[in-house]
Design a protein around this ligand. Structure first.
Ligand SMILES: Nc1nc2c(c(=O)[nH]1)N[C@@H](CNc1ccc(C(=O)N[C@@H](CCC(=O)N[C@@H](CCC(=O)N[C@@H](CCC(=O)O)C(=O)O)C(=O)O)C(=O)O)cc1)CN2
Ligand SMILES: [Zn+2]
Length: 773
């Protein structure tokens, strides 16, 4: 028997309905009931699409108002005690306080959240979901963590699906990954010790689902794609010995994003009813799994790419699925490789894509249709889907043959690239001396990470320009005024190295994608990044080149307004690669090098235009790190080289900055050093001093700006707080190497808190200069 299913569906909605509803709710314009109604409407719509595609089950439990990991924190009753919830709040209020911090809602005695006015609880830490640009909220565990089941929200969703009517398969993160993805709040506390306490809550939940008539539960254990220590492997054995019981729903264990490798035998041994594997990320393992997994278990083959937007080669997929079916004696589930969360809702009618490109692409809805076709063909009705199969073949062939994909000049340039194109002229000490002579900055120089508040007025002007209602000249003039405003404010604050503020950019990757050849962009291809925040990843379909300068005019204009150094602001090749949908017809390394060459030309042109400081952001360098250790060295070699190729055309006295955030960097410090940026600014407020100590222990050779305050919350820290942080930093990193800056860009903030926080930051730097620390 052949079944089809998906691991999860995008929840933000075709027109970002969920984003709109959430933001209105947070502004106090939409009641909780209306928000919940909108969410239910989206779920029902998305299940109907799944039914229309003939899936055997609709997936329930993948929906979340903010984040699916945060949902589990409430489901299993382990909200951290530090939030001080009184029990008078509604679950929804507590959920948003955990997600956004307690100052994020209008906090007053009237708000009913229970905390005393003035009490501020920081939001849960947010971190990258494996190697994606999705961010989850990190559960916090300590020896006192207890679990209790609060299944009302999930059971209500199951009931909604049953009422549709549809057959629900409930999808949940499994217990071992849930613990693994959390963090221990106390040094030395091993969160695995909580497994024994957590499993009963899972068991109770599964029993409740069984009572509802749910037959299948998908338990995601993406940690199977990591190199697991023996204790974590043992935890998987322990957990599934307990959860796979006759009276409970059948568990389908799901692995994705990475090969099973050393966990393959383990995954096949666990006493579950089915195993899902990612046949896109681990194509070579598929047959080994098909042979190893006991015959009575279901094998779910993730053959349709859930991470990229290319239309599938359905005939090739069918051939592989038939091989697997042969090996397993007929039974098979067919699926997308991972949840479709990481894809745009649909690309079929996107206004911004031309017809040729559109025919090559598939969003989430189109991927559902691919599953429909595969199902029918495998059920023996290949003739009934002959047209779809032919279309898929034609689309792949057209893409392979298209003249838009290859550019001879790009290939020639890559081939002729000298081996030392990734080297600056002189080693860092000589550059540092030259830059000090040119820039004449004080000790503890202050700067910001690039963006200033993207105000509603900026967004509205750009939207009007896009709709053709604001002439280009007026739009440019409006953005110049925003830049001038940002420059004046920075001068008044007394910052040392200024930025233009990025007002003209919709997004730090999309902006470059729109201007580079080889990229296409969509009008509505939104993908959730965290909470209500979305990105529209550009589509990198062909060889990359830079038809004209992308940032030079804006930067030169900004520099003309001030005598202080204006930092040019670029996004680096790895971040552009990582945050775009990239071609699958050549190695990522080759694509990265092409982007690097385009950025290199922009760097050179900024220098020629007189810009003395240039920042090349690489927040996604760590995110691109392969999940399996054995693939890391190769990635780091080509990724750091691509950065250096972009950064190296400049003179010694031009200062190159880079910036990183949203990740743990400790395991790639040597590679960060190998970027050889003159200055690196880092997010540190979340991981705190541990990260800096690692930089200190490693004797990080170049200059470094540890973020002295968290930009994710409107909270304005006192100067004394930032001073303390800087003094601590100076204990582990020589003071002469230190810069003073926030954690990340300020685009999601408002001006009042931005100015207040930066004023305190400049005060902190001045105080340290006075101390001669
Ligand atoms: N690509 C990317 N990934 C990243 C980051 C990042 O900056 N970029 N930062 C980190 C955190 N992730 C983030 C992701 C998104 C946003 C963010 O602010 N997103 C904005 C959208 C930004 C954008 O593309 N804006 C466009 C379009 C905005 C829009 O929706 N406009 C309305 C109209 C608005 C109006 O009339 O006022 C519309 O088109 O309907 C623009 O400014 O032009 C949002 O969801 O609200 C922030 C952080 C890690 N990953
Ligand atoms: Zn950042």
């Amino acid at each position: 028997m052949i079944k089809t299913h998906i691991l999860g569906f995008p929840r933000i909605g075709e027109q970002r309905e969920l984003k709109t509803a959430l933001e209105r709710h947070w502004r106090g314009e939409l009641a909780a009931e209306a928000l919940e109604a909108q969410a239910a409407e989206l779920r029902a719509r998305h299940w109907r699409l799944q039914q229309r595609a003939g899936l055997d089950h609709v997936t329930v439990g993948d929906f979340a108002l903010y984040d699916h990991v945060a949902n589990l924190i409430q489901l299993f009753g382990c909200e951290p005690a530090r939030f001080g919830f009184s029990g008078r709040e509604t679950p929804l209020q507590r959920y948003f306080v955990m997600a956004r911090g307690s100052t994020a809602h209008a906090h007053s005695e009237a708000c009913g959240c229970g905390a005393a006015p003035g009490d501020a609880a920081a939001a849960l830490e947010m971190t990258k979901w494996f190697d994606t640009n999705y961010h989850y909220l990190v559960p916090e565990f300590d020896a006192g963590t207890a679990f209790s089941l609060h299944p009302e929200r999930l059971l209500a969703e199951v009931d909604e699906a049953i009422a549709l009517p549809a057959s629900p398969k409930v999808a949940l993160l499994g217990p071992v990954s849930f613990l693994h993805l959390g963090k221990s709040r106390e040094d030395g506390f091993d969160r695995l010790a909580l497994l024994e306490r957590l499993l009963p809550a899972y068991e109770q939940l599964l029993a409740r689902l069984a009572a509802r008539g749910v037959t299948w539960v998908q338990l995601d254990e993406p940690v199977l794609g990591l190199d697991l220590a023996p204790a974590w492997q043992a935890a998987l054995r322990q957990a599934y010995a307990r959860l796979a019981r006759a009276e409970l729903p059948l568990p389908m264990l799901a692995s994705y994003f990475s090969p099973l490798a050393g966990n393959l035998a383990l995954a096949c041994e666990l006493p579950v009813a089915g195993l899902h594997v990612d046949a896109v990320r681990a194509p070579d393992e598929l047959l080994a799994v098909a042979r190893c997994l006991p015959r009575e278990r279901e094998l779910s083959v993730g053959i349709v790419d859930g991470r990229n937007i290319w239309r599938s080669d359905l005939e090739a997929a069918l051939q592989r699925l038939r091989e697997v079916r042969e090996l397993r004696g007929g039974r098979l589930w067919v699926a997308a490789s991972c949840s479709l969360l990481h894809l745009p809702f649909s690309l079929r009618q996107d206004r911004a894509l031309d017809a040729e490109l559109q025919a090559w692409l598939a969003g989430a809805v189109e991927k559902l249709d691919e599953l429909r076709v595969l199902r029918r063909a495998l059920w023996g009705d290949e003739a009934g889907v002959a047209r779809e199969l032919a279309e898929s073949r034609a689309a792949r062939a057209a893409r392979a043959a298209s003249l838009r994909v290859r550019q001879a000049a790009v290939a020639a340039r890559v081939a002729a690239l000298p081996a030392d194109a990734d080297r600056r002229h002189s080693p860092f000490p000589a550059r540092q001396a030259a830059q000090r002579r040119r820039l004449r900055l004080p000790a503890f120089p202050t700067t910001t990470i690039g963006s200033f508040p993207q105000t509603p007025a900026i967004r509205a002007a750009r939207a009007a320009f896009r709709r053709g209602e604001l002439p280009q000249a007026d739009y440019r003039q409006a953005m110049r005024q925003e830049i001038e405003l940002a420059v004046r404010k920075q001068e008044a604050l007394g910052l040392d190295v200024l930025v233009h503020g990025e007002a003209e950019r919709n997004d730090m990757v999309e902006y470059f994608g729109e201007q580079l050849a080889g990229f296409a962009f969509t009008a509505n291809g939104w993908v959730q990044s965290y909470g209500s925040r979305c990105v529209k990843p550009p589509v990198l379909f062909g060889d990359v080149s830079r038809p004209q300068a992308m940032t030079v005019d804006w930067t030169v204009f900004a520099q003309s307004l001030t005598a202080r150094p204006m930092k040019g602001m670029l996004t680096g090749p790895i971040t552009i690669l990582q945050w775009s949908f990239v071609r699958d017809d050549q190695p990522r390394a080759d694509t990265a090098l092409q982007i690097a060459l385009a950025i290199r030309d922009e760097v050179a042109e900024l220098e020629t235009a007189g810009i003395a400081v240039i920042q090349i952001d690489e927040p996604a360098l760590r995110e691109g790190l392969p999940l399996r250790r054995d693939a890391r060295a190769d990635y780091l070699a080509w990724a750091t080289r691509a950065f250096r190729v972009a950064a190296s055309p400049v003179r010694d006295d031009t200062q190159i900055h880079t910036h990183m955030c949203y990740a743990e960097f400790n395991d790639i410090l040597p590679d960060i050093a190998a970027l050889d940026a003159d200055v690196i600014t880092l997010e540190t407020s979340r991981s705190g001093m541990a990260l800096l100590r690692a930089f200190g222990d490693f004797r990080y050779p170049n200059e470094i700006g540890p973020g002295v305050y968290d930009i994710h919350s409107p909270r304005v820290p006192e100067a004394a707080e930032m001073q303390r942080l800087l003094r601590k930093a100076a204990e582990v990193i020589p003071a002469g190497q230190l810069w003073v800056n926030p954690d990340c860009g300020l685009k999601t903030r408002g001006w009042p808190e931005t100015e207040a926080a930066l004023r305190h930051m400049v005060d902190a730097a001045r105080a340290l200069r006075g101390e001669g620390a």
